[in-house]
Design a protein around this ligand. Structure first.
Ligand code: LRH
Ligand code: MN
Ligand code: MN
Length: 424
């Protein structure tokens, strides 16, 4: 845990400058008719879930280079999530991956409560074999051609719902690696029918107040065809399953140059957008820190979300899904949560009435400039003030470094640990 004294001592160093910056930005926004305090309250209302698997160092199929003091199990991961939330005040929940995070549920609830954390969507895992399982997922899971393998994958998903229900989660995200590596290897139609049959069984096991999210990904680990490869298939799945089924958009899971914000807009229109896995990417499912490669795209996604606020039934799960290979995962997750929050705040500044006017007048130049004005506004003083007023750190990274947390946990956590997850 980070001591409140450490946070206060660090904040004292930055507070005077922050207040000056906040006042100056407040004057500037007031000239545009924007009340900075109202925007700050919106910043305070923001929350994104930390992926439990993101707290351990990730890796690639070539290597994994472990970091210092990596979490050994879910309780260490929850401690790290507690640190992230206490400093940023922007990550009030954690998304779990089963079986990586399997442990005593009472102990997990107690640990989460200690840190003021809740559980967002559960993630099932049928893309790996576990040491004790009867059937292998080498040739697929929910779409496997053998009924026994499909049944095992169905039961695993039902178990995830059961565990999540006891932890207060309200959703299950299903992502599978099923597909094929060669043309002709599988019958694409029959494979999809088998997948739908399995998903229908899982859907039947959903409690009334639960949702199931279908997460698509264009390729990897299958390199020729993937069963749930794009948002069209994902939408088809969610539509056929029923009202409790929606789509999850992972920002790294699309073909290059795909207009993700437009997918977001379409899914909202259809009442089928359930949530996000935020991250950033340059080439594929890179799982890089949010907002580090294409911050404008992140802003454009948030622009759609802010624009759609008030849409009936819109209830989104905002989650991060990243892999940290060369940074301290706690630092990457803090920076990422803050970047996502920044994009939300910037999108909140867009003058939507003016934008609509320019759109209606076909004034492309002014429409585009009006949208960009939000992105170009430096809102650091707003998000930092929101953190200060809610007990967080003005500068979470410097405060974390000053706290010596990583060195403290390194003393009790062995260097090479089974920090499950992180490799995908
Ligand atoms: C697949 C994925 C999916 C998994 C996670 C570990 O690439 O995005 O969400 O659950 O990575
Ligand atoms: Mn994902
Ligand atoms: Mn992914």
């Amino acid at each position: 845990m980070i001591k409140t004294d450490t946070i206060s001592a660090q904040n004292a160093k930055y507070e005077a400058n922050l207040r000056a910056d906040y006042a100056a930005l407040g004057d500037k926004l007031a000239r545009a008719g924007i009340d900075i305090d109202a925007v700050k309250e919106r910043a305070k209302s923001f929350g994104v879930a930390v992926p439990s698997w993101g707290t351990g160092t990730g890796g690639t199929r070539f290597a994994r280079f472990p970091g210092e003091g990596e979490p050994r199990h879910i309780f260490d991961k929850l401690d790290d999530c507690g640190v992230i939330h206490s400093l940023t005040q922007a990550t009030p929940s954690v998304s779990l991956h089963i079986p990586w995070d399997k442990a005593d549920l009472g102990d997990m609830l107690a640990k989460a409560e200690e840190h003021g954390l809740k559980f967002d969507a559960m993630n099932s895992n049928t893309f790996q074999d576990q040491p004790d399982q009867a059937q292998s997922y080498k040739f697929g899971s929910l779409s496997h051609n053998e009924a026994a393998t499909r049944q095992q994958a169905i039961e695993h998903n039902l178990e995830c719902i059961e565990i999540g229900d006891k932890l207060g989660s309200k959703a299950l995200t299903v992502w599978i690696g099923d597909g094929s590596n060669f043309p002709g290897q599988t019958h694409m139609g029959r494979q999809f029918e088998r997948y739908m049959g399995s998903m229908k069984e899982i859907y039947k096991g959903l409690p009334d107040d639960w949702r199931i999210f279908s997460e698509h990904k264009i390729y990897e680990p299958a390199f020729y065809s993937t069963v749930v490869q794009d948002w069209g298939t994902s939408y088809l799945i969610a539509s056929e399953l029923g009202d409790k089924a929606q789509c999850l958009v992972d920002l790294g899971h699309h073909a290059p140059n795909v207009n993700i914000e437009m997918i977001v807009s379409r899914l909202i229109r259809q009442g089928k957008l359930g949530g996000f896995h935020f991250n950033d990417s340059k080439y594929g499912d890179d799982d890089l820190d949010s907002g580090t490669i294409d911050p404008y795209r992140l802003f454009l996604v948030w622009n759609e979300l802010v624009d759609a606020e008030g849409t009936e039934g819109l209830n989104l799960s905002h989650m991060i899904d990243q892999s940290h290979n060369v940074t301290d995962p706690i630092e990457s997750l803090m920076i990422s949560a803050m970047e996502i929050q920044r994009a939300f705040v910037q999108a909140s500044l867009v003058d939507r009435k003016a934008l609509a006017g320019y759109q209606d007048a076909n004034d492309a130049l002014m429409a585009s400039a009006t949208l960009r004005a939000g992105f170009r506004t430096d809102v650091e003083a707003i998000v930092a003030m929101a953190r200060l007023e809610t007990g967080g750190a003005i500068d979470p990274i410097m405060t974390y470094r000053a706290s010596g947390y990583r060195a403290q946990v390194s003393a009790v956590r062995p260097k090479v640990s089974g920090a499950g997850g992180g490799i995908v």
